[in-house]
Design a binder for this molecule. Structure first.
Ligand SMILES: Nc1ncnc2c1ncn2[C@@H]1O[C@H](COP(=O)(O)OP(=O)(O)OP(=O)(O)O)[C@@H](O)[C@H]1O
Ligand SMILES: [Mg+2]
Length: 353
């Protein structure tokens, strides 16, 4: 087991810069998520950590040792790929035993390790089956099992759940969290699914176009997004964004966007933004149906069981709010929304203020 440290990593393919100045640390035993939209460079970072790709600049440390120039084998990490990459002609047992055979471990030792991993993953009954005789979720477990038997210092997962249906994905998510608790091994886990990131990660590294946008625990990214990209990427339904101007009335700070006025007096440090264009961000759960500054009509009402999602047409654009599961009103009805709490997010030129 070991922590991981990456400093000022840079990578280009031809003339395209793919990763710029990537630095982050994962402490020993931490579950770190690399999150970001398709093409932002997540897999490339994972491949560079594993030693399957070279970076142009930067260093990688595993534990205290710099591994930048070591071969994949010498790095002692195990990568679980999105497509599992199981050997089709081998059964589950042989798939899991393969890397240990190559290492020339004794049959008894191999057997012990494979059975222990199989037990942990609840696939003991499947050891004789070929990959084609398994469901997607079972194949996924075998791929993880193959990584576990190697007892690596770090696990690297590349979107391991993306081939599974929604239900299996949420079951496997819980399984992975449980596995991490049991093994306690450092994990770096790539996903573009913010729900997976929020539920699994001790820490999220959020990327866009090869640049780190924010690093922190999931709740930190949710509660204090450092810029508009983070604010919109994390959280579903998406945060409401409204552009307006910061204004003052007597000793009150006000946000104005047309007829919409929101009192920001509880906020400090706003003086230098007076008269400037700012964006406010309000999460749907911070808005509720009640007398308040947002007036509009109901466009869509989604009853999703535990709550109701309201899509409201206003002069400031569509606003999304949350209501209780017993919300009664229908599409077309007039509605007003109030802030549940005074906590709105404020951005100037896209950056949190
Ligand atoms: N071998 C390569 N040659 C040239 N460009 C590449 C190569 N591998 C990746 N890229 C480019 O680098 C960028 C980052 O790719 P990467 O696979 O790391 O993205 P990703 O974040 O994993 O995306 P996804 O979520 O779709 O898997 C993409 O624009 C991709 O087209
Ligand atoms: Mg990828």
């Amino acid at each position: 087991m070991a922590g991981l440290k990456i400093t000022t990593l840079k990578k280009s393919f031809g003339r395209n810069t793919i990763l710029q100045n990537i630095s982050f640390e994962v402490s020993d035993g931490e579950f770190c998520i690399l999150l970001g939209p398709s093409g932002c460079g997540k897999t490339t970072i994972l491949r560079i950590i594993a030693g399957l790709d070279q970076c142009d600049k930067g260093e990688i440390f595993i534990g205290d040792r710099e591994v930048s120039n070591l071969t994949p084998k010498e790095r002692d990490v195990a990568m679980v790929f999105q497509n599992y990459a199981l050997y089709p002609h081998m059964n589950v047992y042989e798939n899991m035993a393969f890397s240990l055979k190559i290492k020339k471990l004794s049959k008894t030792k191999i057997d012990k390790k494979v059975r222990k991993a199989a037990k942990l993953l609840d696939i003991e009954d499947l050891l004789d089956r070929k990959p084609r005789e398994l469901s997607g979720g079972q194949r996924q477990r075998v791929a993880i099992g193959r990584a576990i038997v190697r007892n690596p210092r770090i696990f690297l997962f590349d979107e391991p759940l993306s081939n599974l249906d929604a239900r299996l994905r949420s079951t496997m998510r819980v399984e992975l969290a449980r596995l991490h608790q049991k093994l306690g091994t450092t994990m770096v886990y790539v996903t573009h699914d913010q729900v997976e990131a929020m539920t699994l990660g001790d820490k999220i590294v959020l990327l866009d176009k090869g640049v780190i946008q924010q690093i922190g625990p999931p709740q930190k990214l949710y509660k204090s997004p450092s810029n508009l990209f983070v604010a919109t990427f994390i959280g579903g339904p998406q945060i409401n964004l409204i552009e307006g101007v910061l204004d003052a009335d007597k000793n009150k700070f006000l946000f104005r966007a047309g007829s919409l006025i929101i009192d920001l007096s509880s906020r400090s440090g706003l003086k230098k933004y007076l008269g400037l264009k700012v964006t406010i961000g309000i999460r749907p759960e911070s808005l509720m149906p009640a007398d308040g500054p947002f007036l509009g009509s109901l466009e869509v009402v989604e009853h999703i069981g535990s709550e109701t999602i309201l899509y409201v047409k206003t002069v400031n654009g569509r606003i999304i709010a949350k209501a209780s599961p017993i919300f009664q009103r229908k599409t077309g009805d007039k509605i007003s929304l109030a802030l549940r709490t005074p906590d709105v997010h404020l951005f100037y030129k896209g950056i949190r203020i």
